[in-house]
Design a protein around this ligand. Structure first.
Ligand code: ZN
Length: 286
């Protein structure tokens, strides 16, 4: 087998595993029903799958040639790869959505309203998505866009949609995506540097199991807990902006309505997203 074949095979295997885990997780979360299968965005999944084949193949290419490459270059590649991996949901996913031009339309009325009342450069688009969702995307001012899903537009009233736009705008105005990405790069840098320190120790220590466990725990803290806590703070910050703009109790009602249309999506106990009750308590201060 040629090297190129092995590299591509690795990329294909990892990308396929990733995609299957993602689809499997969705079914586990929502139940093994036909509606869940119908809701899947297959074009999006295929684009994402090709993206992963590319990423993992490039990773393998450098990994296989690591003895000829300077260690510093390897560390930089490791940091870039890892930081994109943990930032995938908020950097790559919205960009993939925007690449599918057929799939969105400009939310002209809301955009006109937002340009007149919030910021005259604001861009708002409606994406075809069966789940109620809102995203803020773009790091540079020229490509900052707020994406609202069709399901969100159809199920929330006008006032609630405007309040959600305030929240998403705060993410863009305060450069939250950039802050989150930087904190991911920082966590990744610490983990890659710690690995290059730990790996030689694995061979020389008499407690390799303990070292591997400690190293794994450090990875958990760096890849899950710290990015989660940062994202959580940024959510509170965007809520604060919206609450100051429209009033805490009015904004709180929009959060409750959003929770209803997402089947209690705001009541999940996850580290990276504050629980609805904490958000309501927080916004009641404004
Ligand atoms: Zn948010």
């Amino acid at each position: 087998m040629t090297d190129l074949f092995i590299i591509l095979l690795f990329g294909l295997f990892m990308a396929t595993s990733f995609t299957l885990i993602k689809i499997g997780g969705l079914f586990l979360q929502k139940g093994f029903k036909k509606e869940v299968a119908n809701e899947l965005d297959y074009t999006h999944l295929i684009i994402e799958w090709i993206f992963w084949i590319f990423c993992f193949s490039v990773f393998m290419y450098f990994f296989k040639g690591q003895h000829q490459i300077h260690k510093g270059v390897l560390i930089v590649i490791g940091i870039l790869f890892g930081s994109i991996l943990i930032s995938f949901g908020f950097i790559v996913t919205p960009l993939l959505i925007l690449l599918q031009k057929r799939k969105y339309t400009i939310a002209i009325e809301y955009q006109n309203w937002a340009r007149a009342t919030i910021d005259d450069r604001i861009q708002i688009r409606i994406i075809q998505q069966a789940q109620p969702n809102a995203y803020a995307t773009g790091i540079f001012s020229s490509n900052k866009v707020i994406l609202l899903s069709e399901a969100l537009m159809n199920n929330l009233n006008e006032a609630d949609i405007k309040n959600i736009i305030f929240h998403e705008y705060a993410h863009l105005k305060n450069n939250h995506l950039f802050i989150l990405y930087l904190s991911n790069v920082l966590c990744c840098s610490i983990s890659v540097l710690s690995s290059s320190y730990f790996y030689p120790l694995f061979e020389s220590t008499s407690y390799p199991g303990l070292l591997v466990a400690l190293h794994g725990a450090l990875y958990g803290v760096l890849f899950i807990i710290i990015p989660g806590l940062v994202q959580r703070q940024l959510e509170f910050n965007a809520d604060k902006y919206a609450a100051i703009a429209v009033g805490g109790s009015i904004y709180g009602k929009s959060l409750i309505n959003l929770n209803t249309i997402t089947n209690k999506g705001l009541e999940k106990k996850v580290i990276h997203y504050p629980h609805l009750n904490d958000r309501l308590k927080h916004v009641s201060n404004y």
